[in-house]
Write a protein that binds this ligand. Structure first.
Ligand code: GDD
Length: 299
């Protein structure tokens, strides 16, 4: 964990008595070398990144430092301390961007549409390059959007399900969104984490697309989420032009045949099941502590 005067552990609160947190920073090579040397893990999952796409236009250089060179630093730390450590690198469907073919597979050419997407393409190729240069077990998981009740409030699924809960409970009267026509292949994060682990257990390192193979629009998401609580979304949703991105990824849909055949992986939660799970969790949470969440959503 990066040092900070204000802890940010709400997602892992339930695990704190079972895990050990150690300091390190993707911007600091020595901290990574020290960490790997001290822990000597068998497996290293690099899920750390600046992961919010719009923020990457505001801070393109920092995004590159964390998401691109940060991965090089992780690879170097492993290479120098113990190159037999297995690395999982979190790559992204944002690398496909302005898609070159539909659906997207491991062989689809990349065309990223944001500094975030560009940084992830670098991270993907540096992972492949260290694998090929140094014979390291480094895998790149090209994961399509994966969501759960622990999703940050700035991402569209959680923004919608949190908004629906607040509107239903009378704490908010409208919800401002950007592009309702964008399409994403949304899956459940729990399923996707199982895929990460499976990739690292294989005999040989390889890269995999992880996706459900079904795409929905933001409008579909809004409709299913509001319907869950018996409300008509047309009465509450406003489009705010400030939330439209400078360059948009319009339509993503993944083909995970390789993962299904080689890893025996398949998703267990469908789109409606995912949206219902998130709306139900937000309803419960907001009802239990409306003020606490007010503070969170203001962050
Ligand atoms: N965040 C957000 N907020 N997105 C909105 C909104 C809004 O108010 N209105 C419409 N959208 C649209 C965005 O324009 C985008 O097309 C889509 O909803 C999804 O946006 P996000 O939920 O922010 O996710 P993302 O697709 O940009 O990126 C996520 O998924 C990637 C693939 O797994 C992030 O988690 C990335 O870090 C990840 O790599």
């Amino acid at each position: 964990m990066r040092r900070s005067s204000a802890p940010n552990v709400w997602r892992i609160q339930h695990l704190l008595d079972r895990i050990t947190i150690k300091p390190a920073d993707l911007l600091d090579q020595l901290s990574l070398i020290r960490l790997v040397d001290e822990v000597r893990p068998h497996e290293f999952y690099n899920l750390a990144a600046m992961s919010f796409v719009p923020a990457s236009w505001d801070q393109p250089m920092l995004t590159g430092e964390f998401n691109a060179q940060g991965v090089t630093r992780v690879l170097e730390a492993i290479r120098q301390v113990d190159p037999s450590i297995r690395l999982y690198q979190a790559s992204s469907s944002e690398m496909f961007g302005k898609v070159r073919e539909t659906p997207q597979t491991e062989l689809t050419p990349f065309y990223p549409r944001s500094p975030y997407g560009v940084s992830k393409v670098f991270a993907h190729y540096i992972t492949v390059n260290y694998r090929e240069s140094y014979n390291m077990f480094a895998v790149s998981g090209m994961l399509f959007n994966h969501e759960s009740p622990r999703r940050g409030l700035e991402f569209v699924t959680r923004k919608v399900t949190d908004g629906v809960a607040r509107i239903k409970l009378g704490l908010q009267d409208s919800l401002s969104l950007g592009n309702l026509d964008a399409h994403r292949d949304w899956g459940f994060a729990g399923d996707y984490v199982r895929a990460m682990w499976l990739m690292v257990q294989q005999e040989r390192p390889d890269d995999y697309v992880i996706a459900t193979g079904i795409s929905h629009s933001v409008r579909d998401l809004v409709e299913v989420a509001f319907a869950r609580v018996g409300l008509d979304w047309h009465k509450y949703v406003k489009v705010d032009p400030h939330l439209i991105r400078p360059a948009e990824v319009e339509h993503l849909i993944g083909d995970s045949t390789k993962a299904r055949l080689q890893l025996g992986w398949q998703p267990s939660v469908d789109f409606a099941g995912l949206v219902h799970m998130m709306v139900d969790a937000d309803l419960e949470r907001v009802a239990a502590a409306p003020r606490a969440l007010d503070r969170l959503s203001a962050l």
